[in-house]
Write a protein that binds this ligand. Sequence first.
Ligand code: FES
Length: 575
Amino acid sequence: MTPLRSAEWFDRDDELGLQNRAVLRVVGWDPGLARGKPIIGIANSWSELNNCNLGLRAIADAVKRGVIAAGGVPLEFNTISLGEELMKPSAMLYRNLMAMELEETLRAYPIDGVVLLCGCDKTTPAQLMGAASANLPAIQLNAGPKATGRWRGQEVGSGTSLWKYWDEYRAGKISDEDWHALEAAYAGGAGTCNTMGTASTMAAMSEALGMMLPGASSIEAHNPRRIAVAEATGRQIVELVRRDLRPRQIMTRAAFENALRVHAAIGGSTNAVIHLIAIAGRLRVPLTLDDFDVISRTTPTLLNLQPNGDRLMADFDAAGGVPALIRELSDLLHLDALTVTGATLGENIAGAVNRDASVIRPCGAPLQVDGALAVLRGNLAPRGAILRTTTASPQLQRHRGPALVFEDYADMLSRIDSPDLPVTPETVLVLRNAGAVGVPGLPEWGSIPIPKKLLAHGVRDVVRISDSRMSGTSYGTVVLHVAPESAIGGPLALVRDGDLIALDVPARSLDLLVDDDELARRRAAWQPPQSPHRRGYPRLYQEHVLQPDEGCDFDFLRPQSDEDLAFVLPVVGRS
Ligand code: FES
């Protein structure tokens, strides 16, 4: 075993050694018992502000049992928790902060390896970003999807059902009484969204990247198998420290290609595009929007799960979860990629079985012959935009229509249900100033509600375009992450009501049909919006956040050279 990093704190004869060992005693460990054992940090994003991660306390206890059984010393610490539902304007604003907090905690404390306890959407990529930069042995484990509620005899899918029933309620098709009854059915209990939203997607990505134990991601939050996998995770992190197996050896280009294949096959959240690029950026693994498009074109969508299909995470788990899906896809994957089990991806899934072909479709009978994601480019999105094809209306994927522009989110909310809104089913709704710099934090505002005026006529989808994101649980013909964003002068800032916009998903194009001279005139007259943020984290964010095609990480957190990859350790002396 390589020398333990923590030994520098605890195995020394000076006054600091005494002081540090005294700390160990206070937190419950006799230094004699702990001597020579790896210190395993358990990064817990549990919080009462975050219902999705509420089960992580019990998970942490189980991880500790595993660590101790394997001969390690577990020390749990809390991190900021990013709860998608209550945190405003968006948990995305704080993803980079959480990644920084984790990286700096790992740097500053005597930790030899870490278990990353995640759950709600942004907690998973934030931990992987921080762990990638720290490059200490690490395994991730998620909180698991919440239980499925039932309403009016139907299973309630997190997000997906809510957005659908909200439109029906606004159209007058659901009573007030039923609407309020939905609330209790929607709660479900602790755990993450039970659809293929961003939390489920990113947990599957962690597994596909090799950073989570096989089969762990889909186990429901309340299922005792989750406790067992937590204990196994605790045992395995000690083994990883002994073998000195680190994230940089696991999250290679091959691992990311595997993750992109799995992402396409599960019809994963559009948010994962930003997150995977950000994680890869921390490791200097080249990964671009075009990689997503190329892989999506050559990977079938296999998973029948809301919002792409009609099933929920419990069904996916019963069908065999990510290992069974990987088994179906295995001809397209790098099966020799190394994982946190110490074995390869191929070895991990050797015994996996697809137990329900109506949930995990075989490659010969996919949900869709290609993957769920399309990357669009054109004069409206020179640095790209994306759209989830599996949830977009087929008839709108080739569409030309007049723009109706909302200057910002407040403008959209104030007018969207106005009876005077000049909107038809052909209209292209445009929302700007909703990007990473503009808000800041690019909230999930991109799935603009269908105007009441159209709902009343039975219209349930129109083309919508923004520099924002949308929930992974959402659906519709929604073009997202238009880059560069409008707040920094991207072409979206130049669109005017009535301009024709052409969307052609098969051709992967998105164009504003206005001639170049007119666009140049508009550009010359354009003024950037003034930010109200004069200080603090929002200002730091606005000054340093990158665009979605670069993962919306901070410019100073992405290494520019191999030398920048070095995780500079602290001087262990008097504080
Ligand atoms: Fe937390 Fe969906 S809101 S996982």
